[in-house]
Design a protein around this ligand. Structure first.
Ligand code: SF4
Length: 368
């Protein structure tokens, strides 16, 4: 495991325990009792770590204003990894939190060098998919970074004054002007909500994949440095494990053949599953004798993250695998059927959201 996490990289993180130690992320299992109600991601430790999420939960309990901020870089089509963040937002919203979502068009333009008009078009789709997944638009705001106003951009200028290149290198490793700009813009995304103009929320939580922790470390440092001047407070964060692609690497929008996209037709998705990396043995005889290795299996990961809600059913699937009672071909067919159902239902809702025009209406377009 490298000493640096790369939020713009494409690798999967193997050892989450090491991540907790190395970067000082707190384990989530110690604070599960503070959650007002359960969610499978917490129960299964898919969300494995946090920074100050207990402080956020206590503020929620006291009835103080709490908010959630996250961002999506629309550099491809949303996939089941993106849907993990939708799922977390839906859960946090169900606790009563206000949700704000940045469409990171500036970052897609700067870091991924994407065509801006295409990015703007995709932003609407990301919003429509989030609503189709279950995010309530009545308690959510969505914005393009480049549609924000002067106060937000003023924050980026102010932040740049108190951050050195050496600090950026220590956090991100390889850095260039574009990445510095993108990182400070993300800090403005997270912290602008604390300004009175944007609601004055002091307790912000950011749900992200583990690879995004560098942005949180930077933003927390910045908040400390601007506490006196701007009244900023450190944001909290929760970290989920990355859903691996079907080849075992990080599921990425830029490697579509190894990701299940939310707009994949069920037949395409089924073909992708058929070629997925599993924890199966070399031969059927060996698998019956030794059992499979679900902890290495991208299909089992789909069960855990998206396809099986019921704990008993998940345990049965696990036991059948490790006891060699099921072979991967059959197991993939079960997963494909569940996935087909999920995609058909989601796509039906997506179509309704698009037809209603709500995503277009609530996402203010940049003026230039
Ligand atoms: S039986 Fe299923 S869970 Fe087990 S390794 Fe094969 S595909 Fe994965």
């Amino acid at each position: 495991m490298s000493a640096k996490l790369d939020p713009w990289g494409h690798y999967a993180i193997e050892d989450y325990r090491k991540l907790l130690e190395e970067f000082g992320i707190s384990p989530i299992d110690k604070i599960l009792g503070l959650l007002p109600h359960k969610h499978k991601y917490f129960e299964r430790l898919v969300i494995f770590g946090h920074r100050d999420f207990d402080i956020w939960l206590e503020a929620l309990k006291r009835g103080e204003k709490v908010a959630v901020l996250t961002g999506f870089m629309p550099s491809g089509r949303p996939h089941l990894g993106t849907a993990m963040v939708y799922e977390e937002l839906k859960f946090l919203q169900s606790l009563g939190a206000h949700v704000k979502i940045a469409i990171a068009d500036a970052e897609a333009y700067i870091v991924r060098r994407e065509d801006r008009s295409e990015v703007i078009r995709r932003g609407v789709e990301f919003v429509a998919h989030s609503i189709a997944w279950g995010i309530n638009p009545d308690n959510a705001e969505f914005y393009y970074q480049t549609a924000m106003d002067n106060e937000y951009y003023r924050l980026i200028q102010l932040f740049s004054r108190k951050i050195t290149t050496a600090e950026m290198e220590a956090i991100y490793g390889d850095i260039n002007p574009g990445k510095i700009m993108a990182a400070l813009t993300q800090s403005a995304d997270i912290l602008h909500l604390q300004l009175d103009k944007y609601g004055g929320y002091k307790y912000i939580v950011v749900p992200v994949g583990a690879d995004q922790d560098p942005h949180l470390r930077l933003t927390r440092d910045i908040a400390d440095r601007f506490e006196q001047e701007l009244g900023l407070k450190r944001p909290s964060s929760i970290y989920h494990k990355l859903l691996r692609g079907l080849d075992g690497n990080k599921m990425s929008k830029s490697r579509p053949e190894y990701a299940i996209h939310l707009d994949d037709d069920p037949e395409t998705a089924e073909k992708k599953l058929a070629n997925a990396l599993t924890g199966g043995r070399a031969t059927a005889e060996e698998q019956r004798r030794l059992g499979g290795e679900p902890w290495k299996c991208s299909i089992f990961e789909l069960y855990v993250y998206h396809l099986i809600d019921d704990e008993k059913e998940l345990k049965e699937r696990y036991d059948e695998c490790v006891n060699g009672k099921i072979l991967c071909g059959q197991c993939k067919r079960i997963a494909a059927e569940k996935l087909r159902k999920l995609l058909i239902e989601h796509q039906k809702r997506f179509k309704e959201v698009i037809t209603s025009g709500i995503a277009e209406k609530i996402l203010k377009k940049p003026s230039f």
